[in-house]
Design a protein around this ligand. Sequence first.
Ligand SMILES: *Cc1c(COP(=O)(O)O)cnc(C)c1O
Length: 450
Amino acid sequence: MMLERDSLHALHRALAKLEAGFASLPAAKNTAVDAQAMTEILLGIAERLHDNFPYFHPLYAGQMLKPPHPIARAAYALSTWINPNNHALDGGRASSAMEREAVAALARMFGWDEHLGHLCGGGTMANLEALWVAGQLHPGTTIVASSQAHYTHQRISAALGLKFESIPCDRYGRMDVTALERRLIEGNVGTVVATMGTTATGSVDPLDALLELRTRYSFRLHADAAYGGYFTLVDALDREARSAFDRLGETDSIVIDPHKHGLQPYGCGCVLFRDPSVGRLYKHDSPYTYFSSAELHLGEISLECSRPGASAVALWATQQLLPLERGGEFAKMLDSGLEAARALYNHLRRDARFVTAFPPELDIVVWAINASSVSEASALARQVFAEAAKRNLHLALAELPLEFFDLDEMQRDRETITCLRSVLMKPEHLDWIERIWEILDRGTESSLNG
Ligand SMILES: *Cc1c(COP(=O)(O)O)cnc(C)c1O
């Protein structure tokens, strides 16, 4: 069976237990459900959902898409029978407590015993809050991020009315420290965004060097670890990535996306602040403030108001099953992806039909097709992408700077190169990597000879 169903049995039992807890209430009728009409609609949806790439399958190795853990799916569904709202304790006491525990576990993963933080819709909202706080603490200054940082930073800065500038990358896709220092010398930089795993190539910005610059130029340091954050648990990182992750706790704020690598359904990002006193910046005096408890309401430290308690319950459940331990079972799942990326990179590197970039720092591999010119290589990448898809292997395409690749004699007739990209996020990818390579090999052969 390809689509997991065992969790449905556990869900059934848990639902019965949930209902038993409300047994003292007088019976109230459910809204009538027309089972037949509902089934027909659901079957229609199942039909429509075929119009997707098979994200759950190991041969889907394209974009950043990873199936949620069955326990996350079941816990999310279970809590929707209550449908708690983590805006306020009135809307969800148990799920707010679970959110606090789950978020504290994420903060501890980065070495923070004390923090302020909460879940939000995703990495975009989480980064928006981090930059909103940064902008209030350093008004009138500029935010900088690398040219490979997620485009959301520029857009968020515009939405917040904050100045934003981009800093060039080195040939490894990391923020160029010399270029950053040159910009810092010009002055008025209030915040530097370090990307801990870029979206295109999984490159990790040199955090040690950025922290060193902070001692001399004093700026706020925000880490966008939306993609890469969980890799701090992995022992097998290369030396540079390891030393960057080891110092993540010295930044001022961190964003991590449980819906990227944390096995959660979409709608689960997280923002963390090292200094809990930034909570004062969220202060409001809404006429609807909730006085039922002296405890802090999550809605008082979040820009979003209504939020799904279900997300918190799902994340909490997943962390119970797979604790965030260095070298633990969850970490081994990430390690498999890294191993798979290294194995694919080694195949590509030894094969004259391909041009590789730098070795993968996380679980993302990018490569180009060898050709006489960049435009020809770009066209071939599109062909290989299509030929692989015909054989059920789903890769991604990326448009990257030429400097990332060892292009040798290739004629540089374009400013960027279209290359292939594979995000090997699923632990099963390691077992499937030879199969993936075989299909890529055949797809490439027919593109080059076709
Ligand atoms: C995915 C990603 C984001 C955006 O997060 P969403 O969850 O898609 O809103 C921001 N930064 C990085 C580095 C990312 O990989």
